[in-house]
Design a protein around this ligand. Structure first.
Ligand SMILES: [Zn+2]
Length: 232
């Protein structure tokens, strides 16, 4: 083995031109491999493959008997559906294949929602919700699973940036896990097979957030759709 290495070394020493070419090859190969790995990490697709038709599932949280958070007769389930229908419109304008887990006020279990997305082999799952709190807090936060999905975090960050531009009371950031127990994940983040996130579009218990939600519904939907388009 030592002999072989010595022979190679001597050969390279004598053939400087060949050594230079070899080094360039190694360098270029390294750069191309790095770029391919980066592309794969960002898109989940192997480089140089034709992307298949992508499918986005938008999940308006709650519905039917499950009204979600409420305040003065305002139901979270209705707000979630309003924004989800708008996001669908925006994505369709972009030519993106999009389906909603519900388009009307019906009850769906969390299992139903995940099964809906998994059976379609969707590429992205975005669950839309509104937050609530006993105290006077406001702002938007986005929850991702604790599996540290790079794409979920990146999607959530882009979404927050867009929503901030559209005007929100506070950017509460990208959060990992589940509000009740940070060692667990939201069911829909844990049980969907694709990149997913759960968006809390302001607090239904905050007058300011509700005012902005109603005023900026179109802009919020556009920001969410733009972020999705960027990450497909
Ligand atoms: Zn909710």
């Amino acid at each position: 083995m030592k002999n072989i290495l010595k022979k190679i070394f001597d050969f390279l020493k004598e053939n400087k031109k060949m050594t230079a070419i070899l080094l360039v090859f190694i360098l270029v190969g390294g750069i191309i491999s790095g770029l391919c790995l980066d592309y794969w990490a960002k898109t989940g697709r192997a480089p140089f493959t034709k992307p298949g038709k992508v499918c986005v599932v938008i999940d308006p949280g709650h519905g039917g008997k499950d009204v979600g958070a409420t305040v003065d007769g305002r139901y979270e389930k209705d707000d979630n559906l309003r924004i989800a229908l708008k996001v669908k419109e925006c994505l369709e304008e972009k030519g993106i294949d999009v389906v909603l887990t519900r388009t009307i006020d019906i009850y769906l279990s969390l299992e139903d929602r995940c099964e809906f997305a998994n059976s379609r082999s969707a590429d992205l799952f975005v669950s839309l919700h509104r937050n609530s709190a006993a105290s006077d807090v406001g702002g938007v936060e986005i929850w991702i699973g604790s599996d540290n999905d790079y794409r979920a975090r990146s999607l959530a960050k882009t979404m927050l940036k867009g929503l901030e531009k559209a005007e929100i009371t506070d950017d509460r950031g990208v959060k990992v896990g589940y509000i009740g127990d940070r060692s667990k994940d939201y069911y829909v983040n844990k049980h969907t097979d694709m990149t997913s996130c759960l968006v809390e579009l302001g607090f239904i218990t905050s007058e300011d957030d509700n005012e902005l939600f109603d005023k900026n519904l179109d802009a919020y939907a556009q920001a969410i759709a733009d972020a999705i388009e960027k990450h497909l």
